[in-house]
Design a protein around this ligand. Structure first.
Ligand code: VGL
Ligand code: ZN
Length: 200
């Protein structure tokens, strides 16, 4: 069975939001078409869901700025503007996103001391969200991934899915990237190809 994972299609990642991704709002329609595609036996979504004090927020440091790289509990951490704070409007799903066929939502990034780009594991692979077992338990063998951001959460979600043994495809036209550094999206796509993810 094939599943669709819709990654982090939340207000704060839409253009104009604190972590606005160019073109993210234009993904709402194609993703709505995908979630209604009968070839998916299962549709799930991920939701970035940070406490206000999350240590990936530059605002938690006196001497750091957005985009800076720090070390957090032994892991490299890019510092972001405050985004997707639990229960805030910015953490809600994007306007117009049709959740009718979404059977489960996996939240991530709740631990203030570790970020979680992947919908499966935190960045240190210390804890699982349960998404892998959920998919497997429902007989999923194949996974398609779409959403934001190609160079962060989409990338790590797709790579973890491949690492867990699912056959994974990235729906390129249904993804958009942050491109903090020029070339980040292209590097992410290369990484995905090397990780066994098919780009379609
Ligand atoms: C994301 C940066 C920080 C994403 C989430 O959804 O790609 N990027 N938190
Ligand atoms: Zn985040």
């Amino acid at each position: 069975m094939r599943a669709l994972i819709v990654v982090d299609m939340q207000r704060d990642f839409m253009p104009g939001g604190p972590l606005g991704v160019d073109g993210a709002d234009a993904l709402v329609r194609p993703i709505n078409v995908l979630t209604h595609d009968a070839s998916y036996g299962l549709v799930v979504a991920t939701q970035d869901w940070h406490p206000r004090t999350h240590m990936s927020f530059a605002s938690q440091y006196e001497d750091q700025e957005e985009g800076d790289l720090v070390e957090l509990e032994g892991l490299p951490q890019v510092l972001w503007p405050e985004h997707c704070v639990q229960c805030s409007e910015g953490a809600e799903f994007a306007d117009g996103l049709d959740l009718a066929r979404v059977q489960a939502i996996f939240r991530k990034g709740m631990d203030p001391m570790i970020d979680s780009y992947s919908g499966f594991f935190d960045n240190g692979r210390r804890r699982s969200t349960g998404l892998g077992d959920f998919l497997r338990g429902r007989g999923v063998t194949d996974v398609d991934v779409c959403g934001v951001a190609t160079d962060y959460c989409v990338r790590f979600t797709a790579l973890d899915a491949a690492g867990l043994g699912f056959r994974v495809r990235l729906i390129r036209d249904a993804c958009a990237g942050v491109e903090l550094q020029p070339g980040d999206v292209e590097r992410a796509l290369q990484d995905l190809r090397e990780g066994g993810v098919q780009l379609v």
